[in-house]
Design a protein around this ligand. Structure first.
Ligand SMILES: Cc1cc2nc3c(=O)[nH]c(=O)nc-3n(C[C@H](O)[C@H](O)[C@H](O)COP(=O)(O)O)c2cc1C
Length: 188
């Protein structure tokens, strides 16, 4: 059956944890950003925003991670501190996806968070279509108050993901083959 090549991207997309320079080129990043902004969005509340971090700013983020770890565990081992500091250096670019839900009589907060999640999935799909490696990460530092403050989040905002972007190191793995029948049942 003939189908649009976009479907191949949706069906075959995989994450890529091993990333290296170069970061997405500016014209690639714009396409990834445009894809994010096409997330389904009840009442177009646009309850999301993003921070693009690259170059030396990744080190600044690493220092923020280090400080956040120290605040919680002042006697953390040098190895674990070093690990926290180097987390953002696993890619040449990170897009921090932030949900900023607002009070709305028709759109509950959960729906706004789902829309924010859809922005990240759209970016994953766009990155894959462009041959840009990407992985959505969170970890406990995503909800760490010091990290959130350091990145300038308001109290009502939350980090829903660190999208690591870069050039895949080596070949991407195959998408796992799941059986649709295991997840989709005819009702009733
Ligand atoms: C909200 C969210 C948070 C995630 N956080 C992490 C993470 O911190 N570390 C990680 O290795 N994978 C994390 N993942 C999983 C990866 O992004 C990825 O989806 C998973 O490795 C499966 O790979 P695939 O996307 O190729 O199927 C997260 C996924 C989601 C949806």
């Amino acid at each position: 059956m003939q189908h649009h090549p976009a479907l191949e991207v949706l069906i075959q997309r995989v994450s890529c944890a091993q990333l290296e320079a170069p970061a997405p080129a500016p014209e690639q990043l714009i396409l990834i950003q445009k894809a994010a902004l096409r997330a389904a969005d009840h009442h177009q509340l646009r309850s999301w925003r993003f921070l693009v971090i690259e170059g030396g700013a990744l080190k600044t983020l690493g220092n923020l991670f280090l400080q956040a770890r120290l605040e919680v565990t002042p006697d953390l081992s040098p190895e674990l501190l070093q690990r926290a500091q180097s987390l953002p250096l696993r890619a040449p670019m990170i897009v921090v996806a932030i949900a900023n839900p607002v009070a709305d009589p028709k759109v509950p907060e959960l729906e706004q968070l789902l829309s924010a999640g859809a922005t990240v999935q759209n970016m994953l799909n766009a990155a894959f279509a462009l041959g840009v490696g990407a992985i959505w990460r969170t970890g406990d530092l995503a909800s760490n108050p010091q990290v959130c403050r350091g990145l300038g989040l308001a109290d009502s905002e939350s980090i829903i993901g660190f999208l690591y972007l870069g050039t895949p190191k080596g070949a991407l793995r195959e998408a796992p083959a799941l059986n649709c029948e295991d997840f989709f049942k005819t009702w009733p």
